[in-house]
Design a protein around this ligand. Structure first.
Ligand code: G6Q
Length: 546
């Protein structure tokens, strides 16, 4: 793209459209057009997106779709799927879609079809997970391995962490899983308190196998195991997932017990690869493959559907509309499902690490907003915490409300109450309550005139706050695959519009380097010049720790 996106014709049209329509009330749009909801609902199988509760009209969508032409989105999607090196700062292809390429069409990286390697690792995962689950691969003392401990951080933790929780209904009945990510020693101790070395399998996940947190945690776990069962037990209780065979072997894990993945898979896009080993161990390979199938269906939808009916594209365009024109800087993700409670945390990394960028692909500092601040939590819990701000605060936060129609645990009225809450929130955020309506309600409730006047503003709601409602049939492996792939592609489209590289993470790498430079100082082996605050903080901490 030659011009920055905010200088293009499509952008300018949107800017002027925004000025005309920024005060439009959604409730009026609904009143004027009885077909609004069906006009703005798309589905892919059992996943439905209702985006009618947004500040849009037909022209908004048309102008937003013009942006996709301006940025040549179609070609960019093709480029990703065909293995072009679109991660230009790291000169890498971006092929999480190949990991779930269930139609198995060849995909080439540097002239080499990568599908045989991908299928090879999937077979290895299948054999290993079955051996563990059926008790053919046992611990050093002959006991079945029933505790899986995933050691990894960031992209090597959050996928398995979120997906195992989401799919707990599919766990093998005799197995449990645990996660150690934080370098805080408590993370290891908490797990040691729960598990027995004889029945524990540690899965060390690190793309680089150099991440200090993961390696430190892995060494601590190794020592704990060796203290209990002796050195030879390591081969039966440790496996690794990495791109770095040399470092895995240095750690003392036989590379036969290493599951490979590749540089064309970014950490936060990696749960479909061997990084998902803990998921496959817990839910079984058949279910893991169903998750890949669901993601593949979403991939094909994204690649082949016209943009007007393309779920990830529409979500992305709405996000741009709010982020760049209305100036809404946040995005909330609210799954109305207990098992999806970690999805916001997962998507926080996916979105913020991918699109938290300020240099464009032409090597220029950017003068428009890029990725939003993403946060969220499970409904209805969060209705009793941060929803107050969403209803009456001065900031407007567009939300995605994710609602499974069927629960795994249909006890009494629980699920209907849950769904009723989700739908009521969307409606209330859109409709609001005028001061007049609040006054009428108070009067009806028998309040005195004085009280009505005192309370009516406090009880009013501005409304006109946007939500997408995403209904899925049920949280099963297939739907989870679809849902996560949907968000991956949403993030991709926004990255294309903002002309940034969504696939590097220089900010994370900076953190990794900086901690390494302060560590020797804390340990008293070095002295480096810092700003006076950092220097002073190091001194205070050393004094307290003495
Ligand atoms: C993800 C990021 C980051 C990464 C972790 C762990 O996209 O790159 O979250 O996954 O820093 O890195 P390793 O897997 O190399 O240990």
């Amino acid at each position: 793209m030659n011009k920055p996106i905010n200088k293009t014709h499509a952008w300018k049209k949107l800017a002027s459209h925004y000025r005309w329509h920024k005060n439009d009330e959604m409730k009026d749009l609904f009143a004027k057009d009885k077909t609004r909801s069906s006009k703005y609902t798309i589905n892919l199988g059992n996943l439905y997106l209702d985006y009618s509760k947004n500040k849009i009209n037909e022209k908004t969508i048309r102008y937003l779709l013009d942006l996709t032409k301006e940025v040549k989105l179609k070609e960019k999607i093709e480029a990703m799927f065909s293995g072009a090196k679109i991660n230009q700062t790291e000169n890498r292809s971006v092929l999480h879609v190949a990991l779930r390429n269930r139609s198995n069409t060849p995909i080439y990286v540097d002239g080499q079809d990568i599908m045989p390697d991908i299928n090879g690792v999937l077979n290895k995962i299948k054999k290993f997970t079955e051996a563990v689950r059926f008790g053919d691969f046992r611990g050093a003392t002959g006991k079945k391995l029933t505790n899986i401990v995933n050691i990894g951080i960031g992209g090597s933790d959050l996928g398995p962490f979120m997906a195992t929780a989401a799919l707990k209904e599919y766990w093998a009945k005799d197995m449990k899983c645990y996660f150690i990510s934080n370098i805080d020693g408590s993370a290891c101790e908490d797990v040691f308190a729960e598990v027995d070395p004889e029945t524990t399998l540690f899965v060390v996940v690190s793309k680089t196998f150099t991440t200090i947190e993961t390696l430190t945690n892995a060494h601590t776990c190794r020592k704990w195991l060796v203290d209990a069962l002796g050195e030879p037990a390591v081969a039966k209780h440790f496996v690794a997932v990495s791109t770095n065979a040399e470092e895995v072997s240095k750690f003392g894990i036989n590379t036969d017990n290493m599951f490979e993945f590749w540089n064309f898979v970014g950490g936060r896009y990696s749960m479909w690869s061997a990084v998902g080993l803990s998921i496959a161990l817990m839910i079984g390979m058949d279910n893991f493959e169903k998750m890949l199938d669901g993601a593949h269906e979403m991939d094909m939808h994204f690649k082949n559907t016209d943009f007007e009916h393309n779920i990830p594209v529409i979500l992305a365009l709405l996000g741009v509309w709010y982020n760049n024109f209305f100036g809404y800087r946040e995005q909330g993700i609210i799954p109305y499902d207990q098992d999806l409670r970690f999805l916001p945390k997962y998507l926080q990394q996916l979105d913020m690490e991918s699109n938290g960028k300020s240099v464009d692909l032409n090597n220029n500092f950017i003068k428009y907003e890029t990725g939003p601040i993403l946060f969220g939590g499970a409904g209805t819990d969060v209705q009793h915490s941060f929803f107050q701000l969403l209803h009456q605060g001065t900031k407007i936060v567009p939300l995605d409300l994710i609602v499974p129609a069927i629960s795994h645990n249909e006890i009494g009225e629980h699920h209907e109450i849950l769904i009723a809450n989700a739908l009521a929130q969307g409606e209330a955020l859109m409709r609001g309550k005028t001061v007049k309506e609040a006054a009428e309600e108070l009067t009806k409730a028998g309040k005195s005139k004085e009280e009505v006047n005192r309370l009516k503003k406090y009880k009013s709601f501005a409304g006109n706050r946007p939500t997408n409602t995403i209904i899925i049939r049920k949280v099963d492996p297939y739907m989870l695959g679809m849902l996560v792939a949907m968000y991956e592609h949403k993030v991709f489209v926004q990255g294309i519009i903002w002309n940034i590289n969504s696939f590097d993470q220089m900010g994370v790498e900076l953190g990794k380097q900086m901690a390494l430079s302060i560590l020797p100082e804390l340990q008293g082996h070095a002295h480096i010049e810092h700003d006076s605050s950092t220097g002073n903080l190091i001194a205070i901490i050393k004094k307290i720790r003495k």
